[in-house]
Design a binder for this molecule. Structure first.
Ligand SMILES: Nc1nc2c(ncn2[C@@H]2O[C@H](COP(=O)(O)OP(=O)(O)OP(=O)(O)O)[C@@H](O)[C@H]2O)c(=O)[nH]1
Ligand SMILES: [Mg+2]
Length: 245
């Protein structure tokens, strides 16, 4: 559950009268609930991480605002690299199997998680999905999170890498406005660079802001549409596979 917006598996509809309002004085109760939920999530995330490490599976959590190009990145990557690497994908969306259908069309094993009103994936959802997937050892598991630059930042899924995708149509100030996501990510992909001639987006500023929030963040600029920069992403991916986890 997202403790601030109330979404998630533990949220409940009810007609009873207890007070859920964020009034001064009620704050402590809300913070306790948030800590419990994140603690439970972290335990399950550790379990997922152990599962992945035991099988040498590289799990990458793809996060972004809606429409930045996560599924497009996967479609192109899976198509280009499927003869070299074993892939599987978990798709997270509130509704529809649209993204899972797109991944399925590439010939890749995929499971869709629909979160309903939830605005993020959590470790329990990933655990459940993984249990039904028969993942191959030495493979790459992409987890496409729900499009949202806020709540997914709080939820460790047990991934080894978190890649945040921003597109040039979103504005170069996103790292400053949504710092938790950029702080918790290991890679930032700046997508849709084919549109740079048409939009006001300063790549140098976006990088400066991202590194201000997270000095260790690696950054790759690319276009899923034209393919420019994709080779850098593939180099990054292959280097991560070669590094034993
Ligand atoms: N011009 C351009 N368009 C792109 C690029 N990458 C993705 N798009 C377009 O951006 C739109 C959204 O792409 P998706 O891949 O569905 O984005 P997403 O992040 O998976 O979206 P959600 O799953 O809804 O959060 C689609 O119309 C894509 O064709 C790119 O590099 N350049
Ligand atoms: Mg998508």
């Amino acid at each position: 559950m997202c403790a601030t917006c109330g979404c998630g598996p533990n949220s409940h509809e009810h007609d009873h009268s207890h007070d859920h309002s964020l009034q001064p004085g009620n704050g402590k109760k809300i913070v306790d609930v948030e800590q419990d939920i994140l603690q439970e999530n972290n335990l399950l995330a550790q379990r997922n991480r152990g599962f992945f490490e035991g099988r040498n599976i590289l799990a990458i959590n793809l996060v972004s605002s809606p429409g930045s190009g996560k599924t497009s990145l996967l479609e192109r990557t899976l198509t280009d690299l499927k003869s070299e690497l074993n892939f599987a994908v978990i798709e997270g969306d509130q509704q529809t199997t649209n993204d899972a259908d797109r991944i399925h069309a590439t010939g890749t094993k995929v499971t869709q998680i629909n979160t309903g009103k939830g605005c993020h994936l959590d470790a329990h959802m990933v655990l459940h999905a993984v249990q039904g997937m028969k993942l191959l050892p030495d493979s790459v598991l992409f987890i496409e999170n729900v499009g949202n630059l806020v709540c997914p930042a709080m939820f460790d899924l047990g991934e080894q890498e978190r890649a945040v995708v921003i597109s040039v149509t979103e504005g170069d100030d996103k790292p400053l406005k949504y710092p938790d996501m950029f702080h918790s990510s290991t890679l930032c992909i700046i997508n849709k660079i084919d549109l740079l001639p048409y939009v006001k987006f300063d790549v140098a500023k976006a990088k400066e802001y991202a590194r201000k929030v997270n000095p260790k963040l690696e950054i790759i600029e690319l276009s899923c549409t034209t393919g420019e920069g994709m080779s850098q992403w593939y180099d990054w991916l292959k280097a991560k596979i070669l590094q034993p986890v």
